[in-house]
Write a protein that binds this ligand. Structure first.
Ligand SMILES: Cc1cc2nc3c(=O)[nH]c(=O)nc-3n(C[C@H](O)[C@H](O)[C@H](O)COP(=O)(O)OP(=O)(O)OC[C@H]3O[C@@H](n4cnc5c(N)ncnc54)[C@H](O)[C@@H]3O)c2cc1C
Length: 403
């Protein structure tokens, strides 16, 4: 079966590796960019995604790329602790969580694709349309068509394949929050393996180490500006106004304005997603990753869900006729990711910060004066169940390896 993947992001490359592992030999990846460069800043691979990469034989390679956080801790905007919980192995998963640089992860996946599948990634190919059994791409030398028995649209939040099927969808939907992302060479904080989130629904700061002495951060503020159209992952902006917004956020355990000032560059991005769609598959073509279910990054699930999609799709394709396999893939993945998109809109586990701020905007003596231990636990475990990454569920689920 000739399988054409549009997009060489985390989703597209993992799909190529998963299909190869499942026995498919005619797989090509077509990427819009003229060259793949290690773009982006940090992201988190949750244990369910690390399991899939490990079962693809990449465990050691990706472990070497980043840091395995042992704790996730929430604070208010005054730096007072609200809630903390173990992550990864410390939380009872058989696989760690990994905080990595997106670009380094993408380059490692690309290297693995080249080693295992050969020269199958074609850059400078922008998907235009899919008319089975062909996909059309724009290249520097003009438009080309590629024969395909199956086309997988892994072409991100601005997916051309999705736009072909949902022409009225328009720009991604912006929720009014602006994100400023970056990395800085800075001293470690707390125990050196903690991911922190501080703030509330109006203004927030997230930081975690990603290895090589680098701290990744995401500063966030409800502010007018975008309308979603400018959802460009690489838009660098003047850091001064961002530092000014956080100038009072000097905690005993982290100097937020100092970290922002130490960043090489600050990238601005609107917090956007799209409404879930009722169908990913049309004939022998389907969507995967952000093309299928773009979601807010709170919850750290974008890359992890793309990896799960990839492995699930390959698993079904290996064992069923094409139509049945695509239906089984969509059946497994669409309801689960729809629930996540919607849950992320309700702030997911970060609800503890929102409630703490609503009830005590000027801070508190002890968090239990503001939120009961039961409320805290319920919010944290509820999201894990919805996201399908409760330790028991993940540890006991059969493998998605097709052979
Ligand atoms: C440049 C960039 C930087 C990012 N930085 C971060 C980050 O720092 N932190 C974070 O949490 N998330 C980041 N993301 C998003 C994150 O990678 C995704 O949410 C997640 O990994 C799911 O991956 P995906 O493969 O579905 O989508 P993406 O990672 O968006 O990959 C989609 C790929 O498809 C390509 N493409 C787009 N349109 C076409 C087309 N018409 N034809 C062919 N190819 C096409 C894109 O160039 C890209 O390589 C970034 C995405 C990009 C593209």
């Amino acid at each position: 079966m000739r399988i054409v993947i549009a997009g060489a992001g985390i989703g597209g490359l993992t799909t190529a590796l998963s299909l190869h592992a499942a026995g498919f030999t005619e797989v090509t990846v077509h990427e819009r960019a003229d060259a793949l460069r290690p773009l982006g800043v940090g992201l988190n691979l949750l244990p369910h995604a690390v399991r899939e990469l490990t079962e693809l034989g990449l465990g050691d390679r990706i472990a070497g790329l980043g840091v395995a956080p042992g704790t996730l801790a929430y604070y208010n905007r005054h730096g007072q602790p609200i809630w903390s919980e173990p992550r990864g192995l410390e939380a009872g998963y058989k696989w760690p969580q990994l905080s990595v640089h997106r670009g380094r992860l993408q380059m490692e996946l690309l290297a693995a694709v080249r080693e295992r599948l050969g020269d199958v990634v074609h850059t400078g190919h922008r998907l235009l349309t899919v008319q089975p059994p062909q996909a059309a791409f724009a290249t520097a030398d003009g438009d080309v068509t590629v024969a395909a028995d199956l086309v997988i649209g892994a072409d991100g939040i601005g997916s051309a394949l999705r736009a072909q099927w949902y022409p009225g969808e328009g720009a991604p939907i912006w929720n009014g929050l602006t994100l400023w992302r970056g990395t800085a060479r800075a001293p470690g904080f707390l125990d050196g393996r903690t991911m922190i989130m501080a703030g509330d629904a109006v203004q927030k700061f997230v930081a975690y180490p990603i290895g090589d002495g680098e701290i990744n951060f995401i500063a966030e503020r409800r502010a007018p500006g975008f309308a979603g159209e400018g959802a460009d992952w690489n838009r660098a902006v003047d850091p001064v106004p961002v530092i000014e917004l956080f100038k009072n956020w000097r905690f005993p355990w982290l100097d937020v304005p100092g970290l922002l000032a130490a960043a090489g560059e600050i990238l601005e991005y609107p917090m956007v997603d799209r409404d879930p769609v009722g169908r990913w598959t049309h004939g022998p073509a389907t969507l995967l990753g952000d093309a299928a279910h773009p979601m807010y990054p709170n919850g750290s699930n974008g890359a992890s869900q793309a990896i799960l999609d990839a492995r699930t799709l390959a698993f079904h394709l290996a064992g069923k006729p094409l139509g049945e396999a695509l239906a089984a893939y969509e059946n497994d993945r669409r309801p689960a990711t729809t629930a996540l998109v919607l849950s992320n809109r309700r702030q997911g586990p970060e609800q503890v910060m929102v409630l703490a701020h609503e009830r005590a905007p000027d801070g508190f003596a002890h968090i239990h004066d503001v939120l009961t231990p039961d409320e805290l636990t319920e919010i944290a475990t509820g999201y894990k169940k919805a996201a399908g990454f409760h330790p028991d569920a993940l540890n006991n689920r059969p493998s998605l390896s097709a052979r």
